[in-house]
Design a protein around this ligand. Structure first.
Ligand code: ADP
Ligand code: MG
Length: 250
């Protein structure tokens, strides 16, 4: 184990935090465009989140609702360690993501957080199995074990007859199930899902949702959606408006 790795593990297993509150955001504010990352000169800094505090308990599925632009994806990206907020802290299993180095944060994301996107984000040139196995390549798992684990996960999401198919040969619902299997590859503690049924028809979306909730109950899950059916299966819905929490239905 490297020193860096040990540092992450130690922070992540601080007594009293693990298990009780897998995810906690404290006074998180995020402004895009304040670090020179503006997409064009005409663009101004945008305050996407303002003093957001939010906690997710073990086994809890929390829905994030709010109109487009209210900050849902920004929260998910902060929890997934894909961005570091301008202010505030984000802890996942006791590790403060905002205090980690980029490498530590990337490592924590790869090992402990599963991410499901609206548009699947599968690599088109890789088979379903190779897509699912990809996080395990990054985690250094030997090839034989990767293949076994990916096959097991694809069976679990009902795709045992699609293992060798490319994403382009799969339906939207099948692609999302591959993406869910990929999110589970490293057996993460936390799942974040950004409008996971947004591209799917109602019946397919319902099946994907059943699968996600079954998985989320065993971990902790944060799911962004403006779909009533998705929000109905959550334990609690947090409502956002203009980057602020306006209700937290605990
Ligand atoms: P939602 O997921 O609820 O639609 P987002 O979190 O994507 O909301 O966006 C919140 C706000 O931040 C919006 O005003 C959006 O335009 C802005 N925003 C999102 N991503 C970026 C970015 N990369 N650069 C600048 N502004 C952004
Ligand atoms: Mg979004």
């Amino acid at each position: 184990m490297t020193t860096r790795n040990r540092a992450v593990r130690t922070a992540a297993t601080r007594p009293g935090e693990r298990g009780s509150t897998p995810v906690r955001l404290s006074s998180v504010t995020h402004r895009y465009g304040t670090d020179g990352g503006l997409r064009s000169r005409s663009e101004r800094a945008v305050t996407a989140l303002e003093e957001v505090s939010l906690a997710i308990g073990a086994g809890e599925i929390v829905g994030l609702e709010g109109p487009s632009g209210s900050g849902k994806s920004t929260i998910l990206h902060a929890v997934a360690g894909l961005l570091v907020p301008t202010a505030g802290t984000v802890t996942v299993e006791g590790a403060d993501l905002t205090a980690l180095s980029d490498r530590e944060r990337t490592r924590l994301r790869r090992e402990r957080i599963g991410i499901v996107f609206q548009r699947f984000h599968l690599l088109p040139s890789l088979s379903a199995r190779a897509n699912v196995a990809l996080p395990l390549v990054q985690a250094g798992v030997p090839k034989k074990r990767r293949r076994e684990r990916a096959t097991t996960l694809l069976e679990r999401v009902g795709l045992d007859d699609r293992i060798g198919h490319l994403p382009g040969e799969l339906s939207g619902g099948e692609r999302q199930r591959v993406a869910i299997a990929r999110a589970l590859a490293t057996d993460p503690d936390v799942i974040v899902a950004d409008e996971p049924t947004g591209e799917l028809d109602t019946a397919t979306g319902r099946r994907v949702l059943e699968l996600l909730t079954e998985i989320g109950r065993k971990r902790a899950m944060l799911v962004a959606s403006h779909d009533a059916e998705t929000l109905a299966v959550t334990d609690r819905a947090v409502e956002l408006r203009d980057g602020r929490v306006v209700s937290d239905g605990r």
